[in-house]
Ligand binder design. Structure first.
Ligand code: PHE
Length: 442
């Protein structure tokens, strides 16, 4: 007996769940790191342009695929574009599996830091502390705890688990984040942080690598290119266009990333920690900020607790969307009950994450390949599929655009400009990934 396909209770529930998927570690961890690596404000500007011209249009396409197919990531491509594209569904699911395996490891660090900072147990030598948190049995244990929490929410179902959790957690996240940004605004020496973050260096804007990392980040941050958004949209009962939804999600996601920078950069500059931020992908969040919190005593304990709670909420609501893709795929493939599928998918991902918990280099390579390269590949496929192959695409989206010209521009973006841009990015991403792998092996 197969269970009926789940659906959202309300459109707001869907939107908050989708924003929950988009807003994640990527907004606070990857965004800050890339911005500081790629020239601060210049990166921010390029990033926003990429969101509007590449991210949001593709997101609309991905949502339309899911809603129209009424199938998740695994089945939808084949359903819409015929059997010869069934492998795309497998690629989506594999990408989600790989991302969740290391995403959960970072979620585990976050949970551990939340507990430690709240107890005031983080000393000033945060580099040593991080080295300990990110290796050995402790890292594995916290990774498993994060997976268990994710499994518990997803086991509750689309409405009773994911939607209910999003309705509570996402508003809490917004409030916490704004409070944190307001507090960061009171730091006397935060000004240099704002300057770095908000004043663009024009020379950096026109560099190809700034564009390449902005595209990779846009995909990761919007949960785009592996069918997470597609799967969420497949539970929609609403008819009509998804153009507004796509842009609302993209706007909410970029706003959170932007405000996240207003939290991170003043703190980092106030305490002169800029050197630690660009050093490694994890420097800003898990080394520099905890150091600042430890320096601040009791205030740091409160602010730090709020910060890691925000981060944990962001991470969890993204992790559940990744797990949902896998669960839906297992159900589609086997006809099992949801509960059984959750246990299998959660257990397999937990196991697959162990190497990333034990070794940061593994985590870095997995993030390069799955979190960057495969998402861009997925995005390219979505653009080609909706632009050229799926016959219903145009009808599905026809009434969503305010003006026929806007719609024509959207189609042109999808058919021509976006595939061309992504092909360019892919060449760079493959080169980077090979370099990273070579460095990790050495
Ligand atoms: N968007 C999430 C983030 O920014 C990560 C994610 C990627 C989630 C792909 C689902 C799918 O952290």
């Amino acid at each position: 007996m197969t269970e009926p396909r789940p659906s959202w209770h309300s459109n707001v529930g869907f939107l908050l769940a989708a924003v929950g998927s988009a807003v994640g570690l990527g907004n606070l961890w990857r965004f800050a790191y890339l911005a500081s690596e790629s020239g601060g404000a210049a990166f921010v500007l390029v990033y926003l342009a990429v969101i509007v011209l590449v991210g949001a249009p593709l997101l609309v396409a991905e949502l339309a695929m899911g809603r129209s197919a009424r199938e998740g990531a695994f089945r939808a491509p084949g359903r819409l574009a015929g059997r010869r594209l069934e492998w795309v569904g497998a690629l989506f699911v594999l990408t989600g599996f790989a991302i969740l395996s290391y995403y959960s490891v970072i979620t585990g660090w976050t949970a551990r830091y939340l507990v430690d900072v709240a107890r005031g147990a983080v000393g000033r030598d945060t580099a040593a502390r991080f080295a300990e948190a990110a290796s050995g049995g402790a890292a594995v244990a916290w990774h498993l705890a994060a997976m268990a929490l994710t499994v518990a929410i997803v086991a509750g179902g689309v409405r009773g688990g994911i939607e209910r959790a999003s309705l509570v957690l996402m508003p809490a996240l917004f409030v916490l984040l704004i409070a944190l940004a307001a507090w960061a605004g009171t730091l006397p020496d935060g000004g240099a942080g704002y300057a770095f973050y908000l004043r663009p260096d024009p020379a950096r804007m026109w560099r190809l690598d700034t564009f390449t990392s902005a595209v990779g980040q846009a995909f990761f941050s919007l949960s785009l290119g592996m069918g997470a958004m597609l799967t969420y949209a497949s539970y929609l009962q609403k008819r009509g266009s998804l153009v507004r939804e796509g842009f609302v999600i993209a706007l909410a996601d970029s706003s959170v990333a932007f405000v996240g920078g207003l939290v991170t950069f003043p703190i980092v500059y106030q305490f002169g920690l800029q050197g630690q931020v660009g050093e490694s992908t994890v420097g800003a969040l898990f080394i520099a900020l905890p150091h600042a919190f430890a320096t601040l005593g009791a205030t740091g304990q409160i602010v730090g607790t709020a910060f890691f709670l925000t981060l944990l909420i962001a991470a969890l609501t993204s992790a559940i969307s990744l797990l949902e893709v896998l669960v839906d795929a297992v159900v589609a493939r086997t006809g099992w009950s949801r509960r059984r599928a959750v246990v299998l998918a959660g257990g397999a991902t937990a196991l697959a994450g162990v190497p990333a918990a034990l070794d940061l280099r593994w985590l870095g390579v997995a993030d390069r390949i799955a979190g960057n390269l495969l998402l861009v590949v997925g995005g390219l496929i979505i653009a080609i599929l909706t632009g050229w192959i799926w016959p219903g695409a145009d009808a599905e989206l026809a009434d969503g655009f305010p003006h026929p010209r806007v719609r024509r521009a959207w189609i042109w973006l999808l058919r021509v400009a976006i595939p061309a841009a992504l092909a360019l990015v892919l060449v760079g991403a493959v080169r980077d990934a090979l370099g990273e792998i070579a460095a990790a092996i050495r």
